[in-house]
Design a protein around this ligand. Sequence first.
Ligand code: NDP
Ligand code: 8X3
Length: 249
Amino acid sequence: MKKVLITGASSGFGKAMAQKFASKGDRLIITGRRRDLLESLAEELQKEFQVSVSVKVFDVQDRKQVFDALQNDADLEDVDVLVNNAGLALGRDLFDDADLDDWETMIDTNVKGLLYVTKAVIPVMIKRGKGHIINIGSTAGKEVYEKGNIYCATKTSVDAISQALRIDLLRHKIKVTVVHPGAAETEFSTIRFKGDEKTAKSVYEGYQPLQAEDIADTVYYCASLPEHVCINSVVMTCTAQANSFYLNK
Ligand code: NDP
Ligand code: 8X3
């Protein structure tokens, strides 16, 4: 059974991934900032599936917190899979109207946070001569859409970073996969629209969006292939969506 470290496991995709991996008997390290949600999820999974689940609370934006939590920890020594999932969008504004603080939070979380966590975990994978890094990108990283500006830029970066990692870690036999989901109903839009539930809900009206479990199933599939097989990149949308621009609602 594998050991899987998932960032952003307190809700949405990360939580669904934790449930999926645990249901298959995998051991977990789940992370995020909301300790209460992570601890109750850990308790629920341990009870239901009799798997070991440890909780690490840190903000991926904070370099020191990330390295303090993930370095020199025996729990990390046998990590097989790292899922870099923690991330967010903040605001949906034209470039000239957008808030600089929103931009910085997205860059610090989606790009720098992913880099800190990856850099902290890579040494254990190199030491073991194996491992799998799965990054969560977005269709927003495939086509830039109006008012998506810096969110799209961060997810384009996730795509580029994933390609770079795959090349540079080739000699260490570490797999790198990037999964790019389209619209999926989670807390994502509530956070993007800063608690405006009506606007958040309207994003998913008139069609059947992806559910967190759909992304969890795909990530699990990518992580469970034989040692010699690596899915490099997956773009997945609900049937009603073709890409960032075309949604049949
Ligand atoms: P949710 O808002 O439901 O989950 C986001 C998770 O990220 C939470 O567990 C949150 O935990 C964690 N997180 C956010 N900021 C930080 C931080 N600074 N430090 C640590 N953890 C953090 O959204 P989704 O599940 O939808 O999103 C997961 C990923 O998927 C994101 O990277 C998102 O950009 C991407 N994505 C989402 C899509 C969608 O339509 N929903 C489509 C394509 C990609 P906590 O608050 O406890 O810290
Ligand atoms: C989230 C999907 O379309 O809101 O990454 O950018 S979208």
